[in-house]
Design a protein around this ligand. Sequence first.
Ligand code: IMP
Length: 195
Amino acid sequence: MSASFAQVLVAREEIETGVSRLGREIAETYRGVPGEVVLVGVLKGSAVFLADLARAIPLDLTIDFISISSYGGDASGSGVVRIVKDLEQDISGKHVVVVEDIVDTGLTLTYLRKTLGARSPATLRTVTLIDKAARRLLPVPLEWRGFEAPDAFLLGYGLDYRGIYRNVPDLIAVPDVARLALHPRSLVEELYPAQ
Ligand code: IMP
């Protein structure tokens, strides 16, 4: 595969090290603090990250999921979002940790913080696997971040392109999205020829 089409940005071993560090940092924040800790995964992108992160946090905690989408169908577009699937539990008085895959413009997280903050959690913090800080349109608090990423389209480790590639174990940067759009099904075979 040509270097300009797609490259491994963060390999699985490095992801594992980063997720372990985040787990330790989150555990240190809440150790000995009264009240329930709830990890809130933002579907679907954060599902893979959350599964690994939750097992790296040596604390009692619960897990819940929320799913949001923009009215245009792309949560990173206008920032006009709605809840597609809400939490199942009442978060009032609990320590909420929003688990994001990527914070890009910050519009999605701003909406989530406003919506969840209105439900009176004891605390509301965010962990993101990827921070695309250079693309931020709205400043938004981020307590923990795994990796800073350049302004390229990313997929793998939960991140998708048109619904596929979430199962790719590394984080892949795709500077040439137009080429991916032409051959969306060829990337995995080209990146992982032996598998
Ligand atoms: P924001 O509202 O612009 O911060 O966008 C956040 C959401 O956009 C993330 O949770 C992702 O679902 C999606 N997103 C942003 N950048 C990428 C990317 O490079 N690959 C896949 N999804 C992305």
